[in-house]
Design a protein around this ligand. Structure first.
Ligand SMILES: Nc1ncnc2c1ncn2[C@@H]1O[C@H](COP(=O)(O)OP(=O)(O)OP(=O)(O)O)[C@@H](O)[C@H]1O
Ligand SMILES: [Mg+2]
Length: 230
């Protein structure tokens, strides 16, 4: 589904991503684990097209998407929830969530909203409230729900667990498992290895822009946990 070959991303002299190969198949959840500055966000942002790659190839469903705008990539079925809590602060919670689904017909938007409420019940209680009034964790969930509501084939989650209480981590994990069942591929980054290892199938340990170790979550567990304390 997603295939990355020899990807390089640089900011001036800084090599943020330095020759990465990565593949994801349908329904697979792949974890990118690494400390601050490892290059995780740069890789995710290159896939959605927010940063330009200096070299290498990114293909989605067999098509080279390297020259496409982020909008065009989203239309092809790539959903993205950025790092940090990016919501439209003055827009209602419901409008924030459905902003990811604007391309879908109204009946499908309704179905998507119902699915989001089933996964994250607080959305129903807070639906008319401006998203900027929510707690940090709730805003994070709204941003993730927005990315899911667009019915992506591939979902990019940049540090979805950052700073969240265990109860929210569990809800996000349950939502990711449901996407796995629906055949949706997920590429997620995390510094917090423990909860991420529980939901991912396969993982890569990243350091200084390079993948240092790859394997099933069982195979990389030791190395992934060691990264948490760097
Ligand atoms: N917009 C930018 N301009 C210049 N340098 C950048 C920019 N974004 C990232 N970098 C640099 O690129 C490298 C990789 O950063 P990146 O944000 O991809 O890491 P990360 O693994 O996501 O880190 P974190 O866990 O802190 O989010 C770092 O050295 C960082 O300082
Ligand atoms: Mg990052």
């Amino acid at each position: 589904m997603l295939s990355i070959r020899d990807l390089h991303v640089a900011y001036g002299g800084t090599r943020a991503v330095d020759g990465v190969d990565l593949d994801i198949v349908s329904g697979q959840t792949v974890l990118l684990i690494g400390a601050n500055g490892a290059g995780k966000s740069s890789l995710i942002n290159a896939v959605i097209g927010l940063v330009r790659s200096a070299r290498g190839q990114i293909s989605f469903e067999g098509r080279d998407i390297g020259a496409l705008s982020s909008d065009a990539r989203a239309r092809l079925g790539i959903g993205y929830a950025p790092e940090g809590r990016r919501v439209f602060a003055s827009m209602s919670v419901k409008d924030n969530v459905l902003a990811g689904a604007v391309r879908l017909p109204a009946w499908e938007q309704g179905r998507r909203w119902d699915g989001m409420v089933a996964a994250f019940p607080f959305l129903a209680e807070r639906q008319t409230q401006p998203a900027g009034e929510l707690s940090g964790g709730q805003q994070q969930l709204v941003a993730i729900a927005r990315a899911i509501s667009g019915a992506p084939k591939l979902l990019l989650l940049d540090e979805p667990f950052l700073g969240l209480a265990p109860v929210w981590i569990q809800q996000i994990s349950a939502a990711v498992r449901q996407m796995q069942d629906e055949g949706i591929a997920v590429l997620m980054t995390e510094q917090m290895a423990r909860p991420a290892l529980k939901i991912a199938h396969y993982g890569h340990v990243m350091r200084s822009g390079q993948i240092r170790r790859s394997g099933t979550t069982t195979e990389i567990r030791g190395e992934a946990l060691a990264q948490e304390y760097l």
